[in-house]
Design a protein around this ligand. Structure first.
Ligand SMILES: [Zn+2]
Length: 102
């Protein structure tokens, strides 16, 4: 399963790290290098934030088992770990906090 936001986040973070350490690959002016470093770090942070939003979307589709706290798909009827019956969920968003707290 490909998550677009996660991919975009990784690309941004990698690009940020590349800019931050561009002096390894290229000979650049000291002032320019500092600007690129700041820009790169910011880009990396944005990338991580984008990646995190991609993660969140996936995690909200999980619910924790009330007996063993194992994460299960919202659509699952029984816990994949302890095999106990999971509570029905009318809507994934109605589950409140759920697995996001982990
Ligand atoms: Zn369980």
């Amino acid at each position: 399963m490909v998550n677009r936001k996660k991919t975009a986040g990784i690309v941004l973070a990698v690009a940020g790290v590349f800019f931050a350490r561009i002096d390894v690959f290229l000979q650049v002016q000291r002032t320019l290098q500092f600007s690129l470093y700041v820009l790169g770090i910011m880009l990396a942070f944005v990338g991580i934030a984008v990646y995190a939003t991609g993660m969140k979307k996936k995690l909200t589709r999980l619910k924790a088992c009330p007996f063993c706290f194992a994460p299960n798909e919202v659509m699952e009827k029984t816990c994949k770990q302890c095999r106990k019956k999971l509570p029905e969920m009318k809507h994934p968003a109605a589950s409140g906090r759920g697995i996001k707290d982990f």
